[in-house]
Write a protein that binds this ligand. Structure first.
Ligand code: ADP
Length: 275
């Protein structure tokens, strides 16, 4: 049978269309599974403190003649769990906001972040925020600001500050008092500005390194929870950095420490603005 050229063209086009459609469905399916997993993890994380609060309240209700110290232990525990719940809800909200910003940026790439931010000032603010800890040498590691230079990027100062605070806070959580945390900022070729936050702490095992930016991932769950971590900190950090067209890398050696490097596209500082 003779089939006209248009038939073959239509067949090729249909085949491309079906391939594209297939890929879209796979992407949707994956996104749906990720979302489902996230909701299950979030429910699990929320349920733990709620259960603990409920048990303590039950105890206090059913045994009003408990010894004073047991009552006070139950109340202290309830307060700690309520605070954990509060932190978790806050982190979930921040993550949801960063996710919707990403969606917005995908649809309108130049819609956001027209404000110039002095990255060096933000780093200095963060250093000052934590500096007092260095004065308590028996509890906290040393904190050093090794190098900084004037660099501007487009962004949201509050969100960027939140990123720096989260990373320095983690460095403090996972570095013993005799260790050192070092902050630095350098501008590189091709208009890149990179901040490095390095610590001489416990480090991260190789098998965990590629997962630590995932939601609720903890390299050492018990240790992280003890330190008040929600397991969402680095997921939030990554989202905010990506929303600023930046990237974040980590290098770590267990027992020796970790380096977190954040790079952003920098903007030339306008003449006369140089500090
Ligand atoms: P958390 O709130 O549990 O600290 P994060 O998302 O901030 O959660 O970090 C994820 C995991 O990465 C942590 O549980 C911890 O195991 C590991 N981690 C993050 N920063 C460091 C660091 N500076 N040194 C060692 N481990 C770290």
């Amino acid at each position: 049978v003779y089939l006209p050229n248009s038939f073959w063209r239509a067949r090729d086009e249909l085949s491309i269309l079906s391939e594209t459609f297939n890929q879209m469905l796979t992407n949707l399916e994956e996104a749906y599974l990720r979302q489902q997993r996230f909701v299950a993890d979030a429910s699990h994380e929320l349920r733990a403190p709620i259960t603990s609060i409920r048990c303590n309240l039950d105890l206090l209700n059913k045994a009003p003649d408990l010894p004073g110290e047991e009552i006070s232990a139950a109340l202290t525990d309830t307060q700690a769990e309520a605070e954990r719940l509060g932190r978790l809800v806050n982190d979930l909200l921040t993550l949801a906001r960063a996710d919707s910003t990403q969606q917005l940026l995908r649809e309108a790439p130049h819609a956001l972040y027209h404000t110039r931010i002095d990255l060096d000032s933000l780093l200095l603010d963060t250093f000052r925020l934590f500096r007092h800890r260095s004065e308590q040498a028996s509890i906290y590691p040393r904190l050093l600001l090794q190098h900084t230079e004037p660099v501007q990027i487009y962004g949201d100062a509050d969100q960027l500050k939140q990123v720096l605070v989260a990373l320095v806070d983690n460095a403090f959580k996972y570095t013993p008092p005799n260790g050192t945390i070092t902050l630095s900022l350098r501008s590189h070729e091709h208009r890149q500005a990179c901040i490095v936050i390095s610590d001489t702490g416990i480090g991260i095992p190789a098998e965990d390194l590629s997962h630590i930016f995932e939601r609720f991932y903890r390299a050492d769950p018990a240790r992280s929870r003890d330190r008040g971590g929600s397991g969402l900190g680095l997921a939030i950090v990554k989202r905010i950095v990506e929303n600023h067209r930046g990237n974040i890398q980590v290098e770590s050696t267990p027992g020796a420490g970790s380096n977190f490097t954040l790079c952003f596209p920098s903007v030339p500082i306008a003449p006369g603005e140089q500090a």
